[in-house]
Design a protein around this ligand. Structure first.
Ligand code: F6R
Length: 609
């Protein structure tokens, strides 16, 4: 998705903008641009990588200390220099960068054409720049009036940063349903669509809400509501470590983040287990509320949805409350009938995923309580959910999630254990045993990383030229197969599918032929024999079988290769088995020479539907 960065202060803006944009590269983009204000506003844009933009401005002496920058991920119009941001209104009055989508832009084009505006790109952003200019000139009431009139007129989602020719010392911003933070330090004010872009410069930020605007001066930020009245905001501190957004000697962010899992899982456990007891007080959920839930809905996208599938098995088992897990993009449009005594859990690393946010709003519209399991503090879902359980994964830069996924699992375990206990579905003994096993997970993940990485790397080296892979398992092993399969396909571009092991023979087994890679996950004791039988079925049809199983469990009769994980409680195996599956995705991808951190066509945070 697109990225925005801006700076207004005493330092050279070009360096801060380019550095900020480089921190947003992970979000995925196909062109980039900056606008720097010295006396005039100068705009530079380039198709492709940020390095192309850097080349263009290499020999320019850009002294301006105020500017905006953008990385574009094409929606309206192909990736090209003319479609890249910033966009400038016809006579150069308004210069603007934009994230999001303007839904009624066709209608706005007709309006602009009626007033003799010309459009040179295929983007909805250029429309927006000219609409702001139109209102600015029509009413002659200055930037906030023009921006607010535009916000009332446009439909869709946006975070915008605007420079007006006649207001040389200011950057104006506004947002609706697209992320934006504003930072401040002693040398100036900053804006960004995502924390890592400005983390190096300041940890003090303001969160701007939907349909609000702000004016960034060099030494202060003034906020406005939709009426144009000034509003007050509190400066908040971001707890993330600057080093968490740097590679720190690792070749890729993905492997760095895989290796950060013991630490972030531990931090998340420590925030939820206090004195050997689950403590959900930070979420604001009361015991009475937890007791009252008669139905749980989990809504999420992609890997976060896979966490939901794991959670469904665990929550139902431990609480005996029915759980339904749904893909957010389906949930929002299927007119769900929600139980008023239910709880809707939205899981999201970014807290900005458009479909997950829409699902949350659907639940709230129906008057159902909501809980967000969110990694980014101050994100839209975190702000709108009734309750929030923060995962402590820190900034996740690789597009493919690893450490955030692992912390989301922990959040779900804690919730399931507490809910089961409060509802008296699990006794004190089981409660204590579960917590004992839970707190061991960080060192067990560390153990896998230390002792199994070489083995996984060796096994993976055989598969760089395969065309297909299948991941199978039953119960929680099926749930984690979904994630393993996604981890492989999204970064290596190898076609891969996950199947409930018992389902394979209802069609898909016909795809198995000599040498097809099948990765079986077999940790669940009660259904172990059945999974093994399914693996025997594929092996006898020629499959090459890799089995992920607990230490001491004999899978030699079926496995061509085995990957062991330490023994844990049956509910917690996803936290261990996911680690070798992440490593398989990583190592196969780097052996193919692909960009593992930024897979093609993908964006880190999907803020459009
Ligand atoms: C896959 C991946 C995505 C995200 C999904 C939801 O590796 O990262 O599938 O899990 O886009 O994103 P969030 O959690 O930000 O809502």
């Amino acid at each position: 998705m697109c990225g925005i960065v801006g700076y207004n202060g005493s330092k050279k803006a070009v360096d801060i903008l380019l550095d900020g944009l480089s921190k947003l590269e992970y979000r995925g983009y196909d062109s980039a641009g900056i606008a720097i204000r010295d006396n005039d506003i100068e705009v530079f844009k380039a198709k492709g990588k940020l390095s192309n933009l850097k080349e263009k401005i290499e020999n320019k002496d850009l002294k301006g200390t105020c500017g905006i920058g953008h990385t574009r991920w094409a929606t309206h119009g192909e990736p090209s220099e003319v479609n890249a941001h910033p966009h400038v209104s016809n006579d150069g009055n308004v210069t603007l960068v934009h994230n999001g989508i303007i839904e009624n832009y066709q209608e706005l084009i007709l309006k602009l054409e009626r007033h003799d505006y010309k459009l040179y790109s295929e983007t909805d952003t250029e429309v927006l720049a000219n609409i702001i200019d139109y209102y600015y000139k029509k009413y002659k009431m200055g930037p906030i009036d023009a921006i607010n009139r535009t916000m009332v007129r446009v439909r869709g989602s946006y975070a915008i940063a605007v420079m007006f020719k006649e207001y040389p010392d200011e950057i104006w911003v506004a947002r609706k349903d697209s992320p934006m933070i504003i930072g401040k330090n002693e040398d100036g004010t900053y804006l960004a669509s995502d924390v890592p872009a400005i983390l190096k410069y300041t940890k003090n930020v303001y969160y701007i809400d939907n349909l609000e605007a702000a004016c960034l001066k060099k030494d202060k930020v003034i906020f406005y509501d939709l009426n144009g009245d000034e509003i007050q905001k509190e400066l908040k501190e971001i707890k993330w470590d600057v080093s968490a957004a740097e590679k720190e000697g690792y070749e890729h962010f993905m492997i760095k983040e895989i290796n950060e899992q013991p630490d972030v899982v531990k931090k998340t456990i420590n925030s939820l287990v206090i004195d050997n007891k689950i403590d959900l007080s930070k979420t604001g959920l009361t015991v009475e509320e937890i007791k009252s839930f008669k139905q749980i809905y989990i809504v999420a996208c992609g890997s976060a949805y896979h966490v939901g599938v794991c959670a469904q098995y665990i929550l139902e088992d431990l609480t005996r409350v029915p759980v339904r897990v749904e893909i957010a993009s389906e949930f929002r449009y299927r007119k769900p009938i929600l139980d008023k005594k239910g709880l809707v859990i939205v899981i999201s690393q970014s807290g900005e995923t458009a479909d997950s946010l829409a699902a949350l709003r659907e639940a709230k519209n129906q008057g159902v309580k909501t809980l967000g399991i969110i990694n980014v503090v101050g994100s839209s879902i975190a702000r709108e959910a009734d309750h929030v359980l923060y995962t402590l994964a820190g900034p996740e830069i690789a597009v493919a999630t690893t450490k955030a996924f692992s912390t989301q699992l922990i959040a779900c375990y804690a919730l399931a254990i507490e809910m089961g206990h409060v509802k008296r579905k699990i006794n004190n003994k089981l409660y204590n045993n579960l917590i004992n096993d839970l707190v061991k997970l960080p060192e067990q993940i560390e153990y896998i990383l230390k002792n199994n990485t070489k083995n996984v790397q060796k096994i993976s080296s055989k598969f760089s030229s395969i065309k297909d892979a299948f991941y199978i398992g039953r119960g929680l092993d099926y749930a984690i197969s979904l994630e393993g399969s996604l981890k492989l396909k999204e970064v290596s571009y190898i076609h891969s599918e996950a199947y409930a092991a018992g389902e394979l023979k209802h069609g898909t087994i016909s795809l198995i032929e000599d040498g097809t890679l099948v990765i079986g996950i077999a940790t669940q004791e009660e259904i172990f024999e059945k999974t093994i039988s399914n693996l025997v079925e594929v092996k006898s049809r020629g499959a090459y079988v890799v089995v992920v199983a607990p230490e001491g469990v004999d899978v030699s009769k079926v496995a061509n290769n085995t990957i062991n994980v330490p023994i844990t409680n049956k509910y917690f195996y996803p936290s261990l088995t996911v680690v070798p599956l992440q490593l398989i995705g990583y190592y196969i991808t780097i052996s193919k020479g692909l960009d593992v951190d930024k897979p093609r066509n993908l964006a880190k945070s999907v803020t459009v539907e």
